[in-house]
Design a protein around this ligand. Structure first.
Ligand code: NAP
Length: 491
């Protein structure tokens, strides 16, 4: 059986970044497993109208590859995906990717010290190291709303947009007002005869000020790449300063709250509608929405905002708690993703057959979001407590990729086939993490996908990107059990 040095799950920014860095090491053999027919992760799945990134384009790219020539200050989905595809093409990475190959389960072999990864193509792929870049936001949630199967018209989720369903002139319902919905609502409102938006909890909204780069700017970026790099650095620094908005009661949080209030007041004149749209929890507790066209869409004459809770879906529409049946032709769910388990469908079994699914009940935990004790040589990208509220997640994944490379190198330098983070190290880290998170805005009085049902914040990193960079800059092998293959018994 062929044993790969590394198997990577996923071809979003994390998996591709890992593969590109591994390719710099010709002595390391790796394979990439991708369940879909194409690369791009979330940017492949989310094709809803208006889909775009809320981090500016110059910062939203892998820093160690040639940056694309972005057409706008904020990248739109089609452009981001096209740039990812071009990167894969230009780097020749496609030949290393096994498409339409979903990981069904992965089991650590304690005797041979390797991962046995079973795929949907019914193969077992063996690899010494397993890098799981399965992402956190790819399993659509329908929020447990009942009656979906009884609805007589088209009904779909924002991450599975049905582009063949015409919306022109029709009565459309949108459930949810999160970052995804805030992007497609303006587009749908322009087309629909009537749009009914079902809001359970309002979000803070701040200005986006997106615009195309001018031809002159493009020329300067092309001729003087340091200008483009300087732009990236400036955006990075600005985002880092926003980290304080993610801490309860800080002046930066107050500044962001004032900015959001000014945006609401300038775009919504009706006091009753303002009241419905203004949150009653601290800013940052849910993701702050960066958009200029969400409120203007809601004040259109063909749009109604409904705040009465949803009871369920009926053949003709959506029934709310106040007894009203909102009759519609199409229902769109902007209800986010299943994130509680943080696991994809894959079943991961570590040392002694220990199940990751069980280990992560009730709450997922890892060391630096990357390693989990009892799961040797498993490296997670965008794992527990590595999400951000203030900057680009790609920056965090780059730290995780570098850390993984250091770990693989350290294992080899120490003659160990496997490394397993010590349980005490992971426990101490998580204790520290939760203490830090207690003062974060996510600890505020709201529910979000950052938090577990029990209230524990299981998704977000409490510090700045720079803090995470420092924490992951050094790989300390003393924090890991070193595991070596047993010497074959002498005859
Ligand atoms: P989300 O943030 O989880 O929002 C889901 C929405 O559905 C919320 O408004 C939620 O209301 C609502 N909802 C859930 N159950 C409901 C119910 N029973 N009745 C009425 N409303 C209900 O999901 P998302 O908008 O897809 O965004 C998920 C994450 O993706 C974001 O936080 C962000 O990290 C990422 N994202 C990023 C970008 C980007 O530009 N980079 C764009 C889109 C998404 P409650 O608030 O009351 O739960």
């Amino acid at each position: 059986m062929k044993i790969h040095d590394v198997a990577i799950l996923g071809t979003g920014f994390g998996g591709l970044g890992m593969a590109l860095r591994l390719r710099e090491r010709p002595d390391t053999d790796f394979v990439v497993l991708e369940k879909a027919a194409g690369v791009g992760g979330t940017w492949r799945d989310n094709t809803y109208p208006g889909a775009a990134c809320d981090v500016r384009s110059h910062l939203y790219w892998l820093s160690f590859t040639e940056p694309p020539e972005w057409s706008r200050t904020y990248g739109e989905q089609a452009e981001i995906l096209r740039n990812i595809e071009r990167l894969v093409e230009a780097s020749g990475l496609a030949s290393r990717i096994r498409f339409n190959t979903e990981v069904i389960d992965a089991t650590w072999d304690d005797d041979r010290l390797l991962w046995r990864i079973r795929t949907s193509t019914d193969e077992i792929i063996a690899a010494r190291h397993f890098v799981a870049a399965w992402g956190q936001l790819n399993r659509p949630s329908f929020a447990g709303i009942e009656g979906r199967d009884r609805f007589r018209g088209p009904l779909f989720h924002s991450a599975r947009w049905q582009h063949d369903v015409p919306l022109e002139g029709r009565r459309v319902a949108c459930i949810g007002v999160g970052p995804s919905a805030a992007q497609f609502i303006p587009e749908v409102a322009r087309q629909a005869g009537h749009l009914t938006v079902f809001q359970r909890t309002p979000n803070y909204v701040v200005p986006r000020l997106d615009r195309p780069y001018t031809a002159d700017e493009q020329r300067v970026f092309r001729a003087m790449p340091f200008q483009r790099d300087a732009s990236r650095q400036a955006i990075y620094a600005e985002h880092e300063s926003w980290h304080e908005a993610m801490r309860l009661g800080t002046p930066v949080a107050a500044g962001f709250t004032a900015m959001a209030r000014a945006q609401l007041e300038s775009q919504v004149s009706d006091p009753a509608l303002r009241e419905k749209l203004w949150p009653d929890y601290p800013i940052g507790c849910k993701r702050i929405m960066v958009t200029d066209d969400f409120y203007p869409a809601l004040v259109r004459p063909n749009v109604t905002l409904v705040t009465s809770g949803i009871v369920g879906i009926e053949p003709a529409g959506i029934r709310t708690r106040d007894g009203t049946l909102h009759e519609v032709d199409v229902v769109i769910f902007g209800t986010g993703f299943e994130t509680e388990t943080q696991l994809g469908v894959a079943d991961i079994k570590g040392h002694g057959g220990k199940s990751l699914r069980r280990a992560w009940k009730p709450v997922p935990e890892a060391y630096l979001g990357i390693n989990v004790s009892g799961f040797p040589n498993l490296y997670i990208l965008y794992g527990p407590n590595t999400n951000l509220g203030h900057s680009s997640i790609i920056l965090m994944m780059e730290c995780q990729i570098d850390y993984t490379l250091r770990a693989i190198q350290a294992a080899s330098a120490h003659g160990a086939q496997a490394l397993d983070v010590k349980a005490t190290v992971m426990a101490d880290f998580n204790r520290w993490l939760q203490e830090e998170l207690a003062g974060s805005s996510w600890a505020g009085s709201c529910s979000s996908w950052y938090k577990h049902a029990g209230g524990r914040i299981s998704n977000n990193w409490p510090g700045s990107v720079e803090d995470y960079r420092k924490r992951t800059a050094v790989f300390d092998i003393a924090e890991y059990e070193q595991i070596r293959l047993a010497e074959p018994a002498s005859a």
